[in-house]
Write a protein that binds this ligand. Structure first.
Ligand SMILES: C[S@@+](CC[C@H](N)C(=O)[O-])C[C@H]1O[C@@H](n2cnc3c(N)ncnc32)[C@H](O)[C@@H]1O
Length: 350
């Protein structure tokens, strides 16, 4: 077992696979957009030592504190920011932290959040219906549950929870209002649809509320678009998702960016001018082994996707290759401006 694995708290999912997918190298610069308990971050720092640097982001101020403690041995190599990863580019510009060798998003909740930190993410513990990652967000789950119309609730539970009993649940919620606590909501749902499988009947509704409260899908789309801009030469983008709505967004994004022309089928001549900006390192997903699932049941729904930043072939990177300093470009994750400067120096010296 890797020394990065903690004995308690949040167990990082697909840890070895993540480090391999990020192609972590000594001296590299990495961004962990979902710091959580700092498990992946610690492994990245270990593998990028000596000289590695890590920018860690989390919307939850509690996660920043936990991770700061855990990453203390690397305190001179880390920068931790309490913010939403939807602001990724602004954060990197503010701290002059780009281009980078790799960006990780390990979506969803940490064990600390799930195991009842009083914010109502789980129906296993009684807590106020909050579900915000950050206390600075305005809308709580209680606001949604107690103010949305029955039709709006049914739509939300269907869209974000993929719950077939959405209408019955929405009707019951409206008739039970006000609902202030997790157990009140979970019991109301259980009374209306009963126990049909091993899955608790409130699971999908809780997922739907959490996604809505935190605008999870919108934020993911925003972060993916910005991540590409921050990756340096052959930089890696790695995303671990835990439900099909997230995975669909990641898959569609990576596949679209890996394509050349994206004109509608049947368009006689390409008018989009789209160039591939990513290369899929693996076409499908990487999933946990049966052993990992047995050791950490929370990993069972995890899907890891990985892609690499590519530069258009007619670009200055071709010249760097010819001049034999592509290795240097890669080690420093140089983007065009830095590379052009280097090329200028080489040509002036010639
Ligand atoms: C699954 S945990 C990450 C665990 C971490 N990889 C580890 O090894 O400990 C996900 C974390 O992402 C954070 N998070 C979720 N959405 C976020 C967002 N939009 N912006 C910033 N952080 C977010 C959550 O607060 C949570 O701490």
């Amino acid at each position: 077992m890797s020394p990065s694995r903690p004995n308690s708290g949040h167990v990082p999912v697909l840890l070895e696979e993540t480090i391999a997918a990020l192609a972590v190298q000594p001296g590299g610069r990495y961004i962990d957009c979902t710091l959580g308990g700092g498990g992946h971050a610690l492994a990245i720092l270990e593998h990028s030592s000596p000289g590695g640097q890590l920018l860690g982001i989390d919307a939850d101020p509690g996660a920043i504190e936990v991770a700061r403690d855990r990453l203390n041995a690397y305190r001179d190599s880390i920068l931790l920011v309490n913010d939403n990863f939807a602001n990724l580019q602004a954060i990197c510009v503010k701290h002059d932290f780009f281009p980078v060798h790799g960006i990780l998003l390990d979506l969803g909740l940490s064990s600390r959040q799930l195991n009842g930190d009083g914010r109502g993410f789980s129906f296993k513990h009684d807590a106020p219906l909050d579900m915000r990652f950050s206390p600075s967000q305005e809308i709580t789950a209680a606001d949604i549950v107690n103010t949305y119309s029955e039709a709006e609730l049914a739509h939300l539970i269907k869209t974000y929870g993929e719950e077939g009993y959405n209408r019955r649940i929405a009707r019951r919620i409206v008739s039970e209002r006000p609902i202030k606590s997790t157990l009140h909501l979970a019991r109301a749902i259980e009374r209306v649809i009963g126990r049909r499988s091993k899955l608790h009947p409130a699971t999908k509704t809780f997922q739907a509320l959490r996604i809505a409260v935190n605008r999870e899908l919108e934020n993911l789309e925003a972060a993916l678009k910005q991540a590409i801009e921050l990756l340096g030469f052959e930089g890696r983008l790695v995303v671990i998702s835990y439900h099909s709505l997230e995975d669909r967004i990641v898959k569609q994004f990576m596949h679209r960016e890996a394509k050349g022309c994206i004109c509608p089928p049947g368009t006689p001549v390409c008018v989009c001018g789209h160039k591939p900006r990513l290369k899929l390192i693996k076409r499908g997903v990487i999933t946990p082994s049966p052993l990992e699932i047995q050791r950490n049941p929370r990993s069972r729904s995890a899907k890891l996707r990985v892609a690499e930043h590519v530069i258009a072939q007619d670009d200055c990177y071709g010249t760097a290759d010819v001049l034999n300093f592509l290795a240097e470009v890669k080690a420093r994750a140089w983007k065009r401006p830095a590379l052009l400067k280097k090329l200028e120096t080489v040509f002036l010296a010639a």
